[in-house]
Design a protein around this ligand. Structure first.
Ligand SMILES: [Zn+2]
Ligand SMILES: [Zn+2]
Length: 264
């Protein structure tokens, strides 16, 4: 049974639905005792960027005040944490740290969605520069995991979506990523988003990737990646994930050790 979830979005990202409070109510119904909100981080836009999947910087105050108010209101029934799911953009790390400090965030999830900037072709789930896909994905992973900012690596197999087939090179990339996560003691996330959309084929969670994780001995945690309150009570995908991991010989972590990105 899943009793914690650290990957939860809110309506502010533009592709999620439901009131903040409904997420908490559904989490309680699901038997979740710790719920972490990690909506898509806002970034100050740079040239060539068009934000499609995240709140605007101006919405950050509302996000934090709403979750903190609910955290107090529900304190007796559930433990609420607040963080962000953020990319690793080396040129904008100071900006991210400032945001964490200003809002006293509990943790960051690495959502390695884009290389350098959020723009078409830079998405690791449909990467245009096929020749450099592995190189870029590995460099961003290594930089992010070495930064000490992130507590969890969300859908580390997202790059599989850019592949035409699972090759020796793809497997080598997966191995490097998983070994890097293990070396830094950062859990990798078995993401339920992919399962909700049907799963199978070249997408996450990708079975050969998780076979490797089992072999390497990574810490693995299930992430609901809720974009609707009802994802939290969706027993079908939670049971499927647990069965898949069991078959692979992986015992998922029950909870996550949060790394405070910027200590006060
Ligand atoms: Zn999302
Ligand atoms: Zn997410």
């Amino acid at each position: 049974m899943i009793t914690t979830n650290f990957h939860t979005h809110t309506v502010r990202c533009g592709h999620a639905e439901g009131a903040d409070e409904t997420y908490i109510e559904e989490a309680i119904k699901a038997g979740i005792t710790t719920l972490g909100f990690s909506d898509h981080a806002p970034w100050i836009q740079i040239e060539g960027e068009h934000h499609g999947i995240r709140m605007a910087m101006e919405q950050m105050d509302d996000y934090v005040s709403s979750i903190n108010r609910l955290k107090r209101q529900y304190a007796a029934r559930i433990d609420i944490k607040i963080g962000l799911e953020a990319e690793y953009y080396p040129a904008r790390l100071d900006q991210l740290k400032a945001l964490c400090a200003r809002h006293d965030l509990d943790y960051l999830v690495l959502g390695n969605h884009f290389h350098t900037l959020e723009a078409y072709g830079h998405y690791y789930g449909g990467y245009a520069d096929v020749e450099h896909l592995f190189e870029h994905y590995i460099v961003d992973t290594q930089g992010a995991l070495a930064s000490g900012l992130y507590s969890l690596y969300a859908h580390p197999d997202i790059f599989v979506r850019s592949l035409k087939s699972w090759t020796k090179e793809a497997e080598a990339c997966a191995r490097t990523i998983l070994e890097t996560a293990k070396a830094h003691h950062i859990p990798v996330e078995y993401n339920l988003g992919g399962l909700r959309f049907g799963g199978g084929g070249l997408t996450y969670p990708y079975e050969p990737f998780w076979k490797l994780a089992a072999e390497i001995g990574n810490d693995v945690i299930i992430g609901i990646d809720a974009h609707s309150p009802y994802d939290l009570t969706d027993d079908r995908t939670k049971s499927l994930a647990e069965a898949n991991l069991k078959r692979l010989g992986i015992t998922p972590l029950k909870t996550l050790t949060l790394i405070k990105p910027v200590k006060k």
